[in-house]
Unconditional design. Structure first.
Length: 148
């Protein structure tokens, strides 16, 4: 697993806040015999949503909550069935109304091998007004608290 970035170098500190194991399903593979690239994003999404659940953030369309505004993935190695993906979820920079997340995808039977890495920025929004709002202090604390 990567070490947190050095704050003195200007890069954001990454805090490991969540882990999740996701089984690779036969149907996750494509015609090339490996997990389809879109499924990597689903693994990352499942980790993010499970992390939100662990923080007690139910989706409330009449309230406030986190909304993803971008996502990226760098595919380093092919995942194949059978197996289980080990997802490490990190938090980086916190802004006034947003936070940066990072994800590492590994296999449980090869935990030292990085298969993919991704990132996503989430913004705290008022869903009815469809506008970003400052994150409350309890949310800021929850985001940086490990739930491993």
């Amino acid at each position: 697993m990567r070490q947190p970035h050095d704050a003195a170098s200007g890069a954001a500190q990454r805090i490991l806040v969540f882990r999740l194991e996701v089984p690779i399903r036969w149907g996750d593979m494509d015609a090339m015999g490996h997990v389809n690239n879109t499924v990597y994003f689903r693994y990352m999404e499942q980790a993010r949503l499970s992390w939100f659940d662990a923080m007690g953030w139910p989706y409330d369309p009449n309230g406030t909550g986190a909304l993803i505004i971008n996502a990226s993935c760098t595919f380093l190695r092919q995942l194949e069935y059978p197996g289980t993906v080990l997802v490490h979820h990190f938090v980086g920079e916190l802004g006034r109304s947003s936070f940066q997340t990072f994800v590492e995808l590994r296999r449980t039977d090869e935990p030292d091998t990085l298969y993919a890495e991704g990132a996503a920025r989430c913004v705290w929004v008022d869903f009815q007004r469809r506008k970003s709002v400052p994150m409350p202090e309890h949310v800021r604390q929850a985001v940086v608290t490990p739930r491993i």
